[in-house]
Design a protein around this ligand. Structure first.
Ligand SMILES: Cc1ncc(COP(=O)(O)O)c(C=O)c1O
Length: 460
């Protein structure tokens, strides 16, 4: 049983011994962490017994929801059979072979081989190394620059953080890894000119890539990297014109395309990979998170045939890998996770039910005085909080109102994340009508509570 005493006990020890990711440590120590003790389908339960609707699927991970016994059973059986063996030195094992085969089947046709890691950050580090290695093997070693976008999130290792476009991460004092350039992100609500249509804006945002390629010299550009939908940057959904134009540009200059599908992979937007939804033809896809619904850490890069051919054409080692590349238990859990997603038709269900239900629910809030825009694609959604919805004017001190709103959500038993003043959500794929009804009621209450807190700052 959990009780108040245990909550205080965990909080105290947590504050003394645990450094949390992406956290202001002084304020966490002062306020204490929320202690989560259990998961139950779409809900998580804290140490005081509160049942909380998880609108973020863990951290864009739990596509199947929490605590499915089949995944625990798959892990248990694999631990009894072969808990670990490495995949270095010409060894392999059945779960990694089966999962690789499955991922090749689900990915676009030209992507057939998988290199594994344990986190999204690692998968992007691997992709960066593969991309540069590829160009060296092709006799074009000058092609080293990777262009990505402002507000992109590709991970927190130094290479992945350098490829990311998060100014607050770049502001840390370590030197960034060299060879990355960042262009504008396709954020229509925040970046479009007065009267510019989403389609025109999408073309303009994509052409920033062409300008950058020409500025640094096409002979120096190795790849363009992008999340099909920017997630941690604020669920920025590109206009329909954006990705086709990006594809045209990478094709024209022979630049590789890396699709970071760490959030969008495995059904989130209603296709197995969002590359399919946006009809892009990536040379590499990075994945993590929902491949196991987050039950165990596993990530990887699905690598295009051209890159694999270049590797095959040379006798040298590719000097890269992780102890846990292709961990057998993580692979077994991933296989079971993908099997259930397939059996329960959860990917088409996002198109037929979850995506439309989320869009319909969010649309109910578009006239709220605090709300500048609502948007969604599949089960990725966002609500922009603004001081003046007519002029799109933001609140002073970006992030302050988002945190007020997020804290109300916590207290009301719903998880929605604040990216500055954009509230984002990514519920599990298993949400039923009941969860949308609950979410709608809470969002309505919380927007009103937040409005009360900042009423003096909001345009009438
Ligand atoms: C698109 C994207 N890429 C990479 C990462 C990094 O993944 P990880 O935290 O597993 O290293 C994330 C994490 O949220 C992400 O959203």
């Amino acid at each position: 049983m959990t009780n108040q005493y245990q909550t205080e006990h965990y909080r105290e020890l947590d504050a003394l011994h645990h450094l949390h990711p992406f956290t202001t440590h002084s304020s966490l120590r002062a306020g204490g962490a929320r202690v989560i003790v259990r998961g139950d389908g779409p809900y998580i339960i804290d140490s005081d017994g509160h049942r909380i609707l998880d609108g973020m699927a863990g951290l864009w991970t739990a596509n199947l929801g929490h605590s499915r016994p089949e995944l625990a059973e798959a892990a248990y059986q694999q631990m009894l059979e072969l808990p670990f063996y490495n995949t270095f030195f010409r060894t392999t094992h059945p779960p990694v072979v089966a999962l690789s085969r499955k991922l090749a089947e689900l990915a676009p046709a030209n992507l057939n081989q998988v290199f594994y890691g344990s986190s999204g950050s690692e998968s992007n580090d691997t992709a960066i190394r593969l991309i540069r290695h590829y160009w060296a093997l092709k006799g074009e070693p000058k092609r080293r620059i990777i262009i990505s976008r402002k507000n992109a999130y590709h991970g927190s290792t130094i290479a992945a953080a350098s490829m990311s476009g998060m100014a607050h991460m770049h502001a840390h004092s370590y030197p960034l890894y060299e060879g990355f350039r960042h262009i504008m992100d396709p954020y229509w609500y925040g970046e479009s000119w007065d009267g510019e249509t989403p389609e025109d804006f999408g073309i303009r945002a994509a052409r920033a890539l062409e300008e950058e390629i020409l500025a640094v010299g096409p002979e120096n550009v190795a790849a363009f990297a992008g999340e099909p939908v920017q997630g941690a940057g604020g669920v920025k959904i590109p206009p329909e014109s954006y990705w086709p134009e990006i594809q045209r540009i990478v094709d024209k200059y022979g630049v590789l395309l890396l699709a970071d599908e760490v959030i969008t992979g495995f059904g989130r937007v209603g296709t197995w990979f969002a590359s399919e939804h946006y009809r892009i033809r990536p040379d590499l896809i990075t994945f993590a998170k929902a491949v196991t619904s987050g039950y165990l850490p596993l990530s990887g890069v699905i690598v295009g045939d051209d890159i694999v051919e270049a590797l095959m054409a040379h006798d040298d080692d590719f000097n890269h890998g992780y102890t846990f590349s292709g961990h057998p238990v993580a692979c077994a859990v991933a296989l079971k996770n993908l099997e259930i997603i397939e059996q329960e038709r959860l990917v088409p269900r996002v198109r037929e039910f979850g995506g439309p239900a989320l869009a319909k629910m969010l649309a109910k809030f578009k006239d709220h005085p605090l709300v500048g825009e609502v948007r969604s694609v599949g089960l990725l959604g966002a609500i922009e909080l603004v001081a003046d919805k007519r002029s799109r004017r933001r609140f002073a001190d970006p992030g302050r109102v988002g945190l007020i709103c997020r804290d109300h959500f916590f207290r009301e038993g719903f998880i929605m994340r604040a990216v500055f003043d954009t509230m984002v959500m990514a519920p599990p794929l298993i949400w039923e009508q009941q969860q949308f009804v609950e979410a709608e009621a809470v969002i309505g209450r919380v927007l009103d509570l937040t409005l009360e807190d900042v009423a003096g700052e909001v345009a009438a």
